[in-house]
Design a protein around this ligand. Structure first.
Ligand SMILES: *Cc1c(COP(=O)(O)O)cnc(C)c1O
Length: 398
């Protein structure tokens, strides 16, 4: 399609739209906050001071650059060349800290003294509490009452890091209810508080800001791949998509390189048509969720459908607007992986490479068996996180 060849996939337009998706659909009482962020996030993040501190914290605090690891045994299994981008080696165990470091620095530059966040499984809450501890910022994390029970170790981590964890007791007592509580808090505390969203979702400028902070992943892949293969460009990049931040980071610098195949992997849960799934692009339609227009799972009258996935990080009823556009324009292919397939892939990686992946990342690994590779292909799988947090689930299958 001619239109697509001219389209820039990585940048939204000035209103925050990627193609037909994005924008800022917000309550009037948040307008000043979001507008202040929109007018300043690019200015702040392009200053020398910001860049120096961001790069230093990514390096010495988060442990970047993360390795690009040639997985020899996995490569033999699939008769191709497979590299793992090791976001599992980041401090706190996943890519999420890249974004929380960036947003805490933006919040400080805006003069904010208090940080709020929502969290489902607790990974984003832990990453936020971690950077707030480092910078001496007050941190309040909203979490569904049900999730607080299910994710006790992460609740303990946040508390140990000095954050206050407030239960969301309305509705299904899970992530979306925690998000509502965080928004309510922000409306009540507009001056001193910054709200850190954990994925490439939410009203403009969040999807773009988070994508840019995570884009360090593909920036490093290019340099590392060149050193190892003599080419900056892989043939395939594979990443799982919950809201889509690790995928946005892994795809970012390849989005305009049409030869690089981008594969986004969603959670099929018990199966796409079982009613227990989180495969948004297969099951979703266009609508508005958490402040932006995107694809989401909803009933005919617009009620959000409860998603299901064995991995808490993929258990989300929508995807970020950048990914909705990549789907719509066919720039990326979307694959859905069941709970069972992900579990198998997690056990396979553990045994064949000595790396226990997060259940989310296991979905990306499972996609390897759904694709056909040539012997000379160079395939990068973004290993978004490590599996420590999922041991309770893995233990049931040992
Ligand atoms: C949170 C999380 C995800 C899903 O979030 P994205 O924004 O889609 O990246 C994936 N992997 C891990 C390890 C996570 O913690």
């Amino acid at each position: 399609m001619k239109k697509n060849s001219l389209q820039i996939f990585s940048e939204p337009n000035s209103h925050g739209y990627y193609g037909e998706f994005g924008g800022a659909f917000i309550p009037e009482m948040l307008y000043d906050n979001i507008e202040n962020l929109r007018q300043n996030y690019l200015k702040i993040s392009s200053t020398k001071k910001f860049k120096q501190e961001f790069d230093l914290l990514l390096k010495d605090f988060a442990g970047r650059p993360t390795a690009l690891y040639f997985a020899e045994n996995l490569s033999k299994q699939y008769n191709t060349n497979i590299y793992l981008k090791r976001e599992d080696l980041c401090h706190t165990g996943a890519h999420k800290v890249n974004n929380t470091i960036g947003q805490v620095l933006v919040a400080l530059a805006l003069g904010k003294k208090r940080i709020i966040a929502e969290t489902g499984a607790g990974q984003h809450g832990v990453a936020t509490a971690t950077v707030c501890a480092l910078k001496g910022l007050e941190c309040v994390v909203y979490m569904g009452e049900k999730d607080i029970e299910r994710q006790a170790p992460n609740v303990a981590r946040m508390k140990m890091l000095g954050a206050k964890v407030i239960p969301a007791t309305s509705g299904s007592k899970t992530l979306k209810d925690a998000t509502n509580e965080a928004i309510r808090d922000w409306i009540n505390n507009p001056i001193d508080t910054h709200y850190i969203i954990g994925s490439v979702v939410g009203p403009h400028p969040y999807p773009d800001m988070v994508a840019k902070f995570q884009s360090v992943i593909s920036k490093e892949i290019k340099v590392q791949l060149f050193k190892k293969t003599g080419s900056q460009l892989p043939t395939h990049v594979i990443a799982c998509v919950g809201g889509g931040s690790n995928a946005a980071g892994a795809f970012y610098h390849f989005l305009e390189e049409k030869k690089v195949k981008l594969i986004a992997v969603e959670a099929a849960g018990c199966g796409v048509n079982t009613g227990f799934s989180a495969a948004t692009t297969l099951l979703g339609t266009t609508g508005i969720l958490h402040g932006s227009k995107s694809l989401l799972m909803q009933t005919k009258d617009g009620q959000v459908v409860e998603p299901h996935s064995i991995s808490a990080g993929l258990d989300y009823p929508g995807i970020g607007p950048m990914h909705a556009n990549l789907f719509k324009t066919k720039r990326a292919s979307f694959i859905a992986i069941t709970d069972k397939e992900a579990l198998n892939a997690a056990f396979n990686l553990s045994k064949s490479e000595g790396i226990i992946p997060a259940l989310e990342s296991a979905h990306a690994l499972a996609a390897l068996s759904k694709l056909n590779f040539k012997k000379n292909d160079i395939v990068v799988v973004n290993l978004s996180g490590r599996g420590d947090k999922d041991l309770n689930t893995y233990m049931k299958y040992l």
